[in-house]
Ligand binder design. Structure first.
Ligand SMILES: C[S@@+](CC[C@H](N)C(=O)[O-])C[C@H]1O[C@@H](n2cnc3c(N)ncnc32)[C@H](O)[C@@H]1O
Length: 233
C-alpha cells in the first residue's frame, strides 16, 4: 500500500463536497458522532456555552463541527483547502443564520495570523502529508494556555481491519480510499509530538461502535478511533 499523496487527498474530498449535509449519505458516521464530538468539546472546556471563545476548526469540511460550536455561542473560523467545501459550509451556515468565518486555505502551506483560544482538528491529521510539522506550526496560532483538540485513528491491525477492510471495502460506510493505513497515528506518537511542542495535560479518550446497539460511544478504548486534548504550556 502506498502513502496517499496530497493531490489524491484533495481530489478525494473534492468529489465528496456536495455530500456534507446528507445525514444518511457518505458522511453519515460524522453526523452520527456529532453529539459525542460536541459534548467532548464542552466537557474538555468544562463549559456548556462557548460564548466569546475564539475557536479555529481546521479542515472543517462542510462545517459540521463549526456549526455545532457556533450554535453554542463560539466565535468560529473554519478553514479547508477545498473551495467547494467552504462554499457548501457558507451556504449551510447562511441558511441556519449562523455567523461563521469560513476561509479557503491550505494550512500546510499558508500561514494564519490570528491566535485562538481553541483549535479543533477532527479527522484531519491522518489525511496530512506531514502531521508532525503541521502540529509544530499550528501551535503558534494558539493563545497561551490555549486548548488543542484532535481526533484521529490509531495504527494497528485492528484499526486497519475495522476502518479500511470493513467500513470502506465491505460495508461501504465510508467512501473507498478515504483512509490510508500508513497515515494512521498511534496515541503515543501523538503524545510524544505534543510534549515536544510544549503541550501539557495531554488526555486521550476512545470512540467505539457497538454493532449490536448500532451506537457510538466514548470510552477508554483507543485501539481504533480516539480523541486527544492538550493545553499549550
Ligand atoms: C475527513 S474530513 C474531516 C472534516 C471535519 N473536520 C469533520 O470532522 O467533520 C478532512 C478534511 O480536511 C481537509 N483537509 C485535508 N488536508 C488539508 C489541508 N492541507 N488544508 C486544509 N484542509 C485540509 C479536507 O478537505 C477535508 O474537508
Amino acid at each position: 500500500m502506498e502513502i496517499k499523496s496530497k493531490k489524491s487527498e484533495f481530489n478525494h474530498f473534492s468529489k465528496l463536497a456536495t455530500e456534507w449535509w446528507n445525514k444518511n449519505g457518505i458522511f453519515k458516521t460524522l453526523h452520527d458522532i456529532q453529539p459525542i464530538r460536541i459534548k467532548y468539546i464542552q466537557d474538555t472546556l468544562n463549559k456548556k456555552k462557548l460564548n466569546k471563545l475564539k475557536i479555529l476548526d481546521v479542515g472543517c469540511g462542510g462545517g459540521l463541527v463549526s456549526e455545532g460550536i457556533a450554535k453554542l455561542g463560539a466565535d468560529v473560523t473554519g478553514i479547508d483547502f477545498i473551495e467547494e467545501n467552504i462554499r457548501v459550509a457558507k451556504k449551510h451556515a447562511n441558511h441556519n443564520k449562523l455567523e461563521i468565518n469560513y476561509i479557503v486555505k491550505d494550512f500546510e502551506k499558508e500561514r494564519l495570523t490570528s491566535k485562538y483560544d481553541v483549535i479543533i482538528i477532527f479527522e484531519v491529521l491522518e489525511h496530512l502529508e506531514n502531521w508532525k510539522s503541521f502540529l509544530e506550526k499550528i501551535q503558534k496560532n494558539l493563545k497561551p494556555k490555549g486548548l488543542l483538540i484532535a481526533s484521529t485513528i490509531n495504527r494497528n491491525l485492528i484499526s486497519k481491519f475495522l476502518t479500511i477492510d470493513l467500513a470502506e471495502n465491505l460495508l461501504k460506510w465510508i467512501p473507498l480510499n478515504t483512509h490510508n493505513y500508513y497515515k494512521f497515528i498511534k496515541p503515543e506518537e501523538l503524545k510524544d509530538n505534543l510534549t515536544a511542542n510544549n503541550f501539557k495535560k495531554i488526555k486521550f479518550s476512545g470512540l467505539s461502535y457497538n454493532i449490536f446497539k448500532q451506537k457510538w460511544k466514548m470510552n477508554n478504548n483507543k485501539k481504533v478511533n480516539y480523541f486527544c486534548s492538550s493545553f499549550l504550556n
